[in-house]
Design a protein around this ligand. Sequence first.
Ligand code: DON
Length: 304
Amino acid sequence: MEYQSIINSIYKEVSLLENKGTIADYIPELQKINTDKFGIALIDNFQNRYSIGNATEQFSIQSISKVITTSIIFSKMGNDLWQRVGFEPSGNAFNSLVQLEYENGIPRNPFINAGALVIADLMVSHFENPKEYFLSFMKELSENENIEYNETVAQSEKENGYRNAALVNYIKSFHNIQNHPDDVLDFYFHQCSIEMSCLDLAKVFQVFSNNGIVPKTKFKFLTTSQCKRMNALMQMCGFYDQAGEFTFKVGLPGKSGVGGGVVAIYPNHYTVAVWSPKLNKKGNSYYGLETLERLTTITEASIF
Ligand code: DON
């Protein structure tokens, strides 16, 4: 497949669209980003890399990090994990509180903030130094040593994270958070603040297009069943209350973040990452979704 010429023409076409998105403003530090940034990176399962635009520039990966923390905990706990968090789509915004009360503090899935906070709690329980472990694992998967937390972004979110603080305390009242809420939030804000490029992310997510195996080291990080389940979760829950539309228009599992990044996986074929900071009303990158819809339309290939 001529992926380079395909992404070149998509890039050109999408760049001409009026960008109807707006930048995330609830983390003040994220507002400083140049909203014209736009990059695409695709890596196929033969390790060929294709990219265009700002594909090597690092940005705040935000909720995309939730896929990796969930995978780490799933690989450690196996299916016992699903006692602590569900695997159903929520149909609500990423930071919604409403379902928690009538579902007794068990979040719908690990990608809404409530679920990601339970996963963050498990990271704090499983690792002596969860921040150090998570960062070194991201470096290993991306094969890039130059990846760091952005302390200013983490701090900026901590200072404004009233909703996440409410969520973690509320879940703790149902005994589904075991550690101190401050420790859970500190890890969570840091995991979201990691900065990576489209190329880094396409590399990291290869484990999901490659049956749970890290391509370079051949390390079987996830069992085949766990890999299937992580892709299923991304399909059903990766875009919150726009997961249905993403499945309908793109037809691939994926995950977005409020930094404007979107990653998608075509199992056994490729991973692709797009970055454009302006978000649609559901908190997903406007150009990101336009790009991925064109990709599966032009290639006539998706999981469906
Ligand atoms: O919890 C938050 O609000 C952010 N740190 C992460 C949110 C996010 O990226 C949602 N995804 N689209």
